[in-house]
Design a protein around this ligand. Structure first.
Ligand code: MN
Length: 288
């Protein structure tokens, strides 16, 4: 049975994160905070042109605890630095999977050469919740270039499914996760048809990053999000033109969640503990 489409959501009015990331918050937005669990937050940065700048736009040092941030760069390049000593650049088509776990400080900004040249910028950042037993896991970082993502070739020159995490038709993604998560970029050529099977209970949505696609009989265009009901397993996609789709699907984490600022915990007490630890310098040191 096909998954019904609950809603096609137009990109909500954007807001700035720092001075570098203009994002549309699809989730939680006005949904129940667990509607897309294990994905808590889905911020999408639609295409925007940045003028050349010597200043690297972005967001300064801030903490996270209790979840993972997953950043996908579609256009432009994102640089980052964290208190665990990790730093790097997310190239176009690349993905950064950062496990904040027990806590990191990090900063996220436009890569230096991209800043100098300016140009088109498009990205997405997802906050993937951690099950209670892993919330205080050691922070870690996984970075993948587009080349390093696993590929499934769609028959008939239909394009390619880049598997970041989880599995598509036997192709496993390189990212390790703490709960079952499927994360794919479907880069489809005009006219391509594709069938996808995802468990009924997995919360599932698709952002149309580029182009238009007809999904289970409904057509969505660039910058729209398709939210599926949890009532079937099949997704049938037809690309009406060359299209890029971000597919997010994961097993819900059925635990209480208390989000507050940059922290995502199971109780108010844990949020207060996070602030206490942060103010005591337990998240490490990172210069601005
Ligand atoms: Mn952050």
């Amino acid at each position: 049975m096909k998954k019904s489409i609950e809603q096609i959501i137009s990109a909500p009015a954007p807001h700035m994160v720092g001075d570098g990331f203009r994002v549309h918050n699809f989730f939680p937005g006005n949904h129940d905070i667990r509607r897309m669990s294990p994905f808590f937050l889905v911020d999408y940065g639609s295409k925007i042109e940045f003028n050349p700048s010597e200043h690297q736009r972005g967001v300064g040092v801030h903490p996270h605890r209790g979840f993972e941030t997953v950043t996908l760069a579609y256009h432009g390049k994102v640089a980052h630095h964290d208190s665990g000593g990790n730093s790097g650049v997310i190239e176009e088509g690349g993905v950064q999977w950062m496990t904040a776990g027990s806590g990191v400080l990090h900063k996220e900004y436009h890569e230096k050469e991209f800043s100098k040249k300016g140009g088109t910028f498009q990205m997405a950042q997802l906050w993937v919740n951690l099950p209670a037993k892993y919330k205080m896991t050691k922070p870690k970082y996984q970075g993948f270039t587009q080349q390093e993502l696993s590929k499934y070739e769609v028959p008939g020159n239909g394009g390619v499914i880049e598997v970041v995490a989880g599995e598509f038709n036997g192709v496993k993604g390189p990212a390790s996760t703490f709960s079952p998560v499927n994360l794919f970029n479907a880069r489809l050529n005009k006219g391509a048809r594709l069938n996808m099977e995802l468990p009924e209970n997995f919360n599932t949505s698709i952002i149309v990053i580029e182009g238009t696609a007809t999904v289970n009989g409904k057509t969505a265009k660039t910058d729209e999000l398709l939210l599926f009901k949890n009532d079937g397993t099949e997704i049938e996609i037809e690309a009406n033109e060359n299209a890029v789709l971000l597919v997010m699907s994961g097993e819900p984490i059925n635990e209480p969640i208390v989000p507050y600022g940059p922290f995502l915990m199971n109780s108010k007490e844990e949020i207060m503990q996070a602030y206490d630890d942060f103010h005591k310098g337990k998240f490490g040191v990172l210069e601005d």
